[in-house]
Design a protein. Structure first.
Lengths: 179, 186
């Protein structure tokens, strides 16, 4: 029976064995590593939007740091009240996995005041160095990992910028990809 | 026929194998059972530009007319416009009042006021004699925190205390000086 089993295997692996013999006459075994990598779906959800608050039209930049409690600084515009917060996202996937983030290099905010007009240019920034993120937990553990992403940026203001609420609801896209 | 020949060749090769050799064949099964590898989401971005904060002095801080004697004293102008005298100073009927400032800016925006951090010096118009103004107070009170620009406007009233010396120190005449207030969006 043992011989039959070997013969049976030989029938199915005949071609494979043939090639091995051709390449290396003394080959007597063929071993291959089995590899399986089952990973969870990589997802990103939004926890809050990006808001630069209120300020006056003086040439310069309003800068929001990409962190939980954002720091707002200015190189010109006089800061007023309002809610100044960084955008916040939660990335979920397989624990320990590496992924890359992608954000726009520049987006344009438009004055929503019908009598106002004008735009502001935002250069977004994110809290992961080199756009490289890593999910919490141990790689290969099979658990779910998360990472919180924050987006801030530098908003360019002109001395001639018109008063009003500036907004962009379509371009501030954050994309995450498994490495 | 060709398959049979290959099969026997394979058997021949196998017979050349050493006895102790264990043939292990692990079929490589690369599982690509992965979920979605990419995900994108969009955030909203907001910013609001408001009118610059301005402050205009509509009434100057004025201690009015008064007389004093050898000992001097104080004259207090309160933010509500009332005047009080201390020491040997005697008030004389005249116009007096707090400094009044109209602050304008974005509706419902809040702002802070910083009072002078020291006394202001008033100079006699003809001599180098001086008097000091201190104990600055405001309405709305600074200690209450930021104030709100209701409909974009807010009146701020400033009072203070004038220290008056003796006749010798402060001869009759007009004394004037300046002080600085800082208003800022909160």
């Amino acid at each position: 029976m043992k011989k039959f089993a070997i013969l049976f295997a030989g029938l199915f692996l005949m071609t494979f064995a043939f090639q091995s013999v051709n390449a290396q006459n003394s080959v007597t075994s063929a071993a291959a590593l089995t590899s399986a990598r089952i990973i969870q779906t990589l997802e990103i959800s939004k926890d809050r939007d990006l808001d630069f608050g209120t300020f006056t039209a003086v040439a310069g930049n309003v800068i929001l740091s990409p962190e939980e409690t954002t720091t707002r600084t200015t190189t010109g515009p006089v800061l007023s009240g309002g809610t100044a917060v960084s955008a916040k996202f939660t990335v979920t996937g397989s624990a320990g996995e590496l992924y890359t983030t992608s954000i726009p290099t520049s987006i344009t905010l438009t004055n929503t005041n019908t009598t106002g007009g004008g735009t502001l240019t935002l250069t977004p920034s994110i809290n992961v160095t080199g756009n490289s993120g890593v999910l919490s937990g141990t790689l290969g553990s099979g658990n779910t990992g998360t990472q919180i992403l924050y987006v801030g940026g530098s908003l360019a203001v002109l001395g001639t910028s018109v008063t009003g609420l500036y907004q962009n609801n379509t371009d501030m896209k954050v994309t995450v990809n498994y490495n | 026929m060709i398959q049979s020949l290959a099969f026997f060749w394979f058997l021949k090769i196998n017979t050349n194998m050493t006895r102790n050799l264990i043939i292990t064949l692990l079929l490589s099964l690369l599982l690509s059972v992965s979920g979605v590898a990419q995900s994108t989401i969009t955030a909203n971005v907001f910013a609001e530009i408001i009118d610059a904060l301005t402050a205009n002095e509509t009434n100057q801080l004025n201690f009015g007319r008064f007389s004093t004697d050898m000992n001097g004293g104080d004259i207090i102008i309160n933010p509500d416009g009332s005047r009080a005298m201390q020491g040997s100073v005697i008030g004389v009927a005249s116009a007096y009042g707090p400094g009044i400032f109209l602050i304008t800016g974005a509706p419902e925006a809040s702002f802070t006021l910083q009072l002078p951090d020291g006394p202001a010096v008033l100079f006699h118009s003809e001599t180098n004699k001086t008097m000091f103004v201190e104990n600055w107070v405001a309405d709305p009170p600074v200690e209450n925190g930021p104030s709100v620009l209701s409909n974009g406007n807010r009146i701020v009233s400033i009072g203070a205390t004038l220290n008056v010396g003796s006749y010798d120190a402060n001869p009759v005449g007009i004394y004037s000086g300046t002080f600085q207030l800082t208003f800022a969006y909160n």
